[in-house]
Design a protein around this ligand. Structure first.
Ligand SMILES: O=C[C@H](O)[C@H](O)COP(=O)(O)O
Ligand SMILES: C=C(OP(=O)(O)O)C(=O)O
Length: 361
């Protein structure tokens, strides 16, 4: 047997079950209601029943709980003050899909040192998401590992399938069973079909293997997730401008899908230069002001401080509030970009409202 089995497995460790983690870190009734309400708001935006734009804003990845909480407290103020024009959701990304290899996120390696303490990663992730739900700041995340949503998804208001996995059947099946509205990114090469086919596949029911709350291998039968939209993230070249947005509208219509489009101002749309994100956002704003009604929102990669840094040495030696994955815009740029966006949508009201609330920029 040893000649055919586990030839490439170095070790195995049984993890605590989703039910056990939830037993240790339960969700309160108030937090449950908040998540349900946030999901409904996003579904209403997608259905055109809420005029606001959905803004997914936050770090490329969470690697440090302290700076994530400091960031969240700042974003919460904007979530409240700009709530007439924007529904702001914090990007809380714990799982990173890599082009080849690299740090795969806080759940996979919370100590950033290849010790892979996944149980600690899951607990830290759940603790932060629970804290955010109590703060009443909605959480958006990428679902990458098909097992981890069982541990966390009760705390998530919006989720994305990334560019590297939009074509994956496993991820489309998972999306079909998840309870929150979902965005599907175009492929890393810019392929629109990856996102459009993913949205279509996820809206349909599927039967597939997964795990249940007790960690047992389970046959799951899903009914399909009807609250989907595409995310334009660029590819070989950007795809945020009016011409490309119109092409997506046409493709969605031909596929019999709602023309719901989010623009990711980062990744291929910024050529991974964080300083280009506000320029992309300005263009998106211009399209909306000119009458576009298919753009339901946007995404920004933002942290307390701008740029990024490599992981080298101990976690403690990293610069505080600086991304360790893609480069982010800093807080000041984030704040002024969001206020400016809301201000233009409200013909000047958001700016004066923010100033009245003591937000300066
Ligand atoms: O958003 C983050 C990154 O773009 C994504 O995880 C890929 O990163 P990599 O190309 O550095 O591996
Ligand atoms: C990995 C991400 O994006 P993409 O899938 O577009 O590369 C991300 O948003 O963190």
């Amino acid at each position: 047997m040893n000649r055919v089995n586990d030839l490439n497995i170095a070790s195995e460790k049984v993890l605590l079950t989703p039910a056990a983690l939830k037993g240790k870190l339960p969700i309160s009734e108030a937090a449950l209601q908040f998540v349900a309400g946030s999901r409904q708001t996003i579904a209403n935006i997608l259905a055109g029943e809420d005029h606001r734009k959905l803004a997914i804003v936050g770090p490329c990845s969470i690697h440090d709980i302290k700076s994530a909480k400091e960031y969240a407290l700042k974003l919460k103020r904007l979530h409240q003050y700009l709530s007439d024009e924007l529904f702001i959701v914090m990007r809380v990304y714990f799982e990173k899909p890599r082009t080849t290899v690299g740090w795969k996120g806080l759940i996979n390696d919370p100590h950033l040192n290849n010790s892979f303490e996944v149980e600690q990663g899951l607990a830290q992730a759940r603790e932060l998401m629970r804290w955010l739900a109590e703060l009443e700041l909605p959480v958006g995340t990428e679902v990458l590992d098909p097992i981890s949503p069982q541990y966390l998804s009760d705390l998530v208001s919006w989720a994305a399938i990334g560019a590297r996995t939009s074509e994956s059947q496993t991820h489309r099946e998972m999306a079909s069973g998840l309870s929150m509205p979902m965005g599907f990114k175009n492929g890393t090469d810019g392929s629109a079909s990856a996102a459009i086919n993913a949205m279509k596949a996820a809206a349909s029911g599927h039967s597939f293997m997964g795990i249940n709350q007790q960690g047992q291998v389970t046959l799951l039968e899903t009914t399909g997730n009807r609250h989907g939209h595409v995310i334009l993230r660029g590819g070989v070249k950007p795809n945020y401008q009016a011409e490309q947005v119109a092409e997506y509208e046409e493709k969605l219509r031909s596929a019999g899908l709602p023309t719901n489009i989010m623009v990711d101002c980062s990744h291929g749309n910024s050529n991974k230069d964080h300083r280009r994100q506000p320029i992309v956002l300005q263009d998106v704003l211009g399209q909306i002001v000119a009458g576009n009604d298919s753009i339901i929102g946007f995404m920004l990669e933002s942290h307390l401080n701008e740029g990024n840094q490599p992981i080298s040495g101990a976690k403690e030696s990293l610069k505080y509030g600086v991304s360790i994955t893609d480069a982010c815009i800093d807080w000041q740029t984030t704040e002024s970009s969001l206020i400016d966006f809301a201000d233009k949508l409200s013909e000047g009201n958001a700016h004066s409202k923010a100033l009245r609330q003591g937000i300066t920029f």
